[in-house]
Design a binder for this molecule. Structure first.
Ligand SMILES: C=CC1=C(C)c2cc3[nH]c(cc4nc(cc5[nH]c(cc1n2)c(C)c5CCC(=O)O)C(CCC(=O)O)=C4C)c(C)c3C=C
Ligand SMILES: [Fe+2]
Ligand SMILES: [Fe+2]
Length: 343
């Protein structure tokens, strides 16, 4: 049954009064071939929250230039980090697992249903909001899986969720999860994942880079709070670990296009540190809830190569919190807090 079904009072969902929790991550291509990559990148890079240029100017460049080559290049990179066992990206594998594990963790709240969606690609936010409504959820908590708020990530997820309501006669109530960049549970989980990883090594890093995805500087200048929230996360983590500013440094990665992005850049910093004589380096990506192309290929792969090419000796990438018990504790803490008054 859908919301377009005739008079709802004579045809109600099986069970009303339920609460939905919808985890939403960035997205994923369906495969690593040219057309799957092109479809995914075209949807992603047509989002006006991501590329803020005039569409009249941007669409011809995107469709005729960017999407003629980038799908092959990025497809090859995805191929290297693809979850071949499940024939899907790890971002998808982890997001589904987080949803399943959160559902189990919230067993004491029997009227809560946990599900997941992607902002780009499938399953879409609209299809999941509709599905939750159809199974009796009168309230839905939308959780954009980004600890730090940016218009290019959090806001576009929220836009899409509210857009899904536009076509519904009987809308569920919608709440969105705010950023949790300074939540003690998040900072503790990051610190303990660092300590656990370092305990497996027979060496100690001289420097730990906290590498966040960047945004163009112009977005920050227009008021995006993202860089400030990244700095708060790094500062709290430094405090929690008792490390100096020299030992725990903040950088920004994943530049795209010709503009200036937030600095310092991760790749340039890795190179400069190696050239300065730093021999042992660790990198963590606190802004990514799950490992993905940007962490596995750009950091674990490329940044490690840059470090070694310029004289570095030991390099380690500390995995994202993913679906680990530490990571799940963070998601559960945030969700229980944001569900208050609803359960
Ligand atoms: C102007 C372009 C981009 C902005 C702004 C941007 C912000 C942003 N992105 C993430 C998280 C992720 N981005 C990922 C991939 C990715 N990002 C961009 C561009 C912008 N991102 C592109 C073009 C791509 C695709 C890869 C490529 O073509 O280089 C991913 C990985 C997705 C995956 O499937 O693995 C994530 C996650 C954040 C957090 C952010 C702003 C704060
Ligand atoms: Fe991105
Ligand atoms: Fe990248």
């Amino acid at each position: 049954m859908t919301s377009d079904a005739p008079p709802s009072h004579s045809n109600p969902p099986a069970e009303l009064g339920r609460v939905g929790v919808l985890l939403v991550n960035l997205g994923t291509p369906e495969g690593t071939d040219y057309w799957s990559m092109r479809r995914y990148l075209s949807e992603f890079l047509s989002d006006k929250r991501v590329i803020e240029w005039s569409q009249l100017y941007w669409q011809p460049i995107l469709q005729l230039i960017v999407l003629s080559r980038r799908p092959q290049k990025v497809g090859k990179a995805y191929e290297e980090i693809w979850n071949h066992e499940k024939n899907e990206s790890f971002l998808l594998t982890y997001t589904r697992s987080q949803s399943d594990l959160l559902g189990s963790a919230l067993r004491d709240l029997p009227n809560v249903t946990v599900d997941w969606a992607m902002r780009y690609g499938k399953p879409s936010i609209a299809s999941k909001v509709q599905e939750l409504k159809d199974t009796g959820c009168e309230r839905v908590l939308v959780f954009p899986l980004y600890p730090q708020y940016s218009a290019s990530t959090t806001a576009t997820v929220n836009d899409e969720a509210f857009k899904a309501l536009l076509k519904m006669r009987w809308q569920p109530a919608l709440r969105t999860v705010p950023p949790y960049h300074d939540d003690p549970a998040y900072i503790e989980a990051l610190a303990s994942s660092i300590q656990a990883k370092l305990a497996t090594l027979d060496w100690e890093p001289e420097v730990l880079l906290t590498s966040f995805h960047g945004i163009p500087q112009s977005y920050a200048a227009k008021g995006d709070p993202y860089p400030g929230q990244c700095h708060i996360t790094a500062r709290l983590l430094r405090k929690k670990l008792g490390w100096s500013e020299e030992k725990l440094q903040l950088t920004f990665q994943s530049r795209f296009g010709p503009e200036e992005w937030l600095q310092p850049y991760t790749d340039k910093t890795v190179e400069a540190l190696a050239k300065k004589g730093v021999k042992r380096l660790a990198v963590i990506n606190p802004g990514f809830v799950s490992d993905c192309l940007e962490t596995l290929e750009e950091i674990a792969g490329e940044a490690g190569e840059i470090f070694h090419e310029h004289g570095g000796e030991k390099f380690v990438h500390i995995p994202c919190l993913n679906d680990t018990p530490d990571g799940m504790r963070v998601l559960e803490t945030v969700v229980r807090r944001e569900l208050q008054g609803w359960v």
